[in-house]
Design a protein around this ligand. Structure first.
Ligand SMILES: Cc1ncc(COP(=O)(O)O)c(C=O)c1O
Length: 397
């Protein structure tokens, strides 16, 4: 059998694949953080100021949040012990869902594992073969993968282009019974916000289901951090499903989808990544509940975050460094080539700044960049130092 079917072993496949990835300068490796992620992680024995994290409101280390996680473990154990539909639906999951719905002003919410799993489950739960999905060209990978799993027809429209979307709808809408419009609320690699007012109007006019992935907007933008809908002045009830994160600003892990009770029941019954997966562990649930309380009590956190985002953008622009369409706490510095981006990143680390280079396929080919993020606790002088280091390094190279 060995002679007839020469086998390719994993190591051989790895060798061939990694050689090709290396040739394109897209090889990735894990950077080890030796102690806590904030505010100043230790890497390779050196302290580095963090400018690439998603713990935007600095809640992951907040004493109330840490204590709630510990209490969650003591009261409930370290695992939920099963999927929500078997034995893992704990009172604390439902309490968190009620608190999230109350916070966002929706009828209901449903807590999931990571946002990636939520998207790859929610999209196929709403659209199947014979349906249509309209997806933004810069949609997150998890939405793209959800589209593929759904077996629906998919049309991609240019990033945030309302006119192009409307033309697509004029051509395609009547051919399909169910149509899902899936967009990010805040684009995680460019820091811009979707034109939700226009998208909601199109969704209502053309009778579309609307899914907004607000992973990076939960707790960070809009009134009291209520996300991109709030920032755009759109009532939450006008969006069928808002995907929020427990893992970024809320300093815990997991995600949730907010919308109507009917939507929640639909997902409980049809969303495979909800049905066939263990429920979120209690320490993470209790940490998210505590973080939500702190966040609502301390609106200065998201205000400070947006102040810092603006300060970073202005400082970079003053040095003629392009920050693209960013209008939030996510600020890209588009370099272009993979090699130059990773060199810049390495150089900054040597100077005590932890940033990350982002390359294809996370962003379109040829637009490799530093994806800078600020948190609510960064000080202006720290941002000044980062901008000084970026400016000097870019001009030197
Ligand atoms: C826009 C967007 N959606 C979904 C996800 C996946 O979320 P999670 O990290 O909880 O899996 C991410 C990851 O950062 C993201 O940026």
């Amino acid at each position: 059998m060995g002679d007839q079917h020469p086998t390719l072993r994993v190591d051989e496949i790895a060798d061939a694949t990694l050689t090709s990835i290396r040739e394109q300068r897209r090889d990735r490796s894990l950077r080890t953080v030796d102690d806590s992620i904030a505010p100043i992680p230790r890497i390779n024995g050196h302290d580095a100021q963090l400018f690439c994290g998603s713990n935007y409101l600095d809640l992951a280390h907040h004493p109330e949040v840490v204590e709630a996680a510990a209490r969650g473990a003591r009261d409930w154990g370290c695992a939920s012990g099963g999927s929500r539909l078997i034995n893992g639906n704990l009172r604390c999951h439902e309490q968190l869902e009620e608190e999230l719905a109350d916070y966002l002003g929706t009828e209901a919410a449903l807590v999931f594992g990571p946002g990636y799993m939520a998207n790859v489950g929610i999209v196929p739960a709403l659209a199947e073969a014979g349906d249509l999905i309209l997806s933004d060209a810069l949609s997150h990978a998890s939405l793209i993968d959800g589209c593929q799993l759904s077996k629906a027809s998919v049309r991609v429209f240019p990033h945030s282009d309302v006119d192009a979307l409307q033309s697509l709808l004029e051509q395609e809408r009547t051919r399909f019974r169910r149509v899902l419009l899936a967009v990010d609320g805040l684009y995680s690699m460019d820091g811009d916000i979707a034109p939700l007012t226009e998208f909601v109007e199109l969704a209502e006019r053309y009778d579309l289901m609307l899914l907004v992935d607000d992973t990076h907007a939960t707790g960070t933008i809009g009134e009291d951090g209520r996300g991109s809908a709030s920032r755009c002045g759109v009532a939450p009830q006008r969006i069928d499903m808002q995907l929020g994160s427990l893992a970024k600003a809320l300093g815990s892990y997991g995600s949730f989808v907010a919308g109507t009770r009917a939507m929640r029941n639909l997902l409980i019954n049809t969303c495979r990544s909800f049905i066939f997966s263990c429920a979120l562990p209690p320490p993470q649930v209790e940490a998210a509940r505590a973080a939500l309380r702190v966040m609502r009590r301390e609106p200065q956190r998201h205000q400070r975050l947006q102040h810092n985002g603006g300060y970073l953008r202005d400082a970079l622009r003053a040095q003629h460094i392009d920050t693209g369409p960013s209008s939030t706490h996510v600020v890209p510095v588009v370099v272009g080539s993979n090699l130059a981006t990773m060199n810049l990143c390495e150089n900054l680390l040597q100077q005590g700044f932890f940033t990350q280079g982002i390359r294809y396929p996370s962003v379109p080919d040829g637009t490799a960049r530093l994806r800078l993020t600020v948190t609510s606790s960064h000080q202006e002088k720290e941002i000044d130092s980062l901008v000084g280091a970026i400016t000097q390094t870019m001009h030197r190279e």
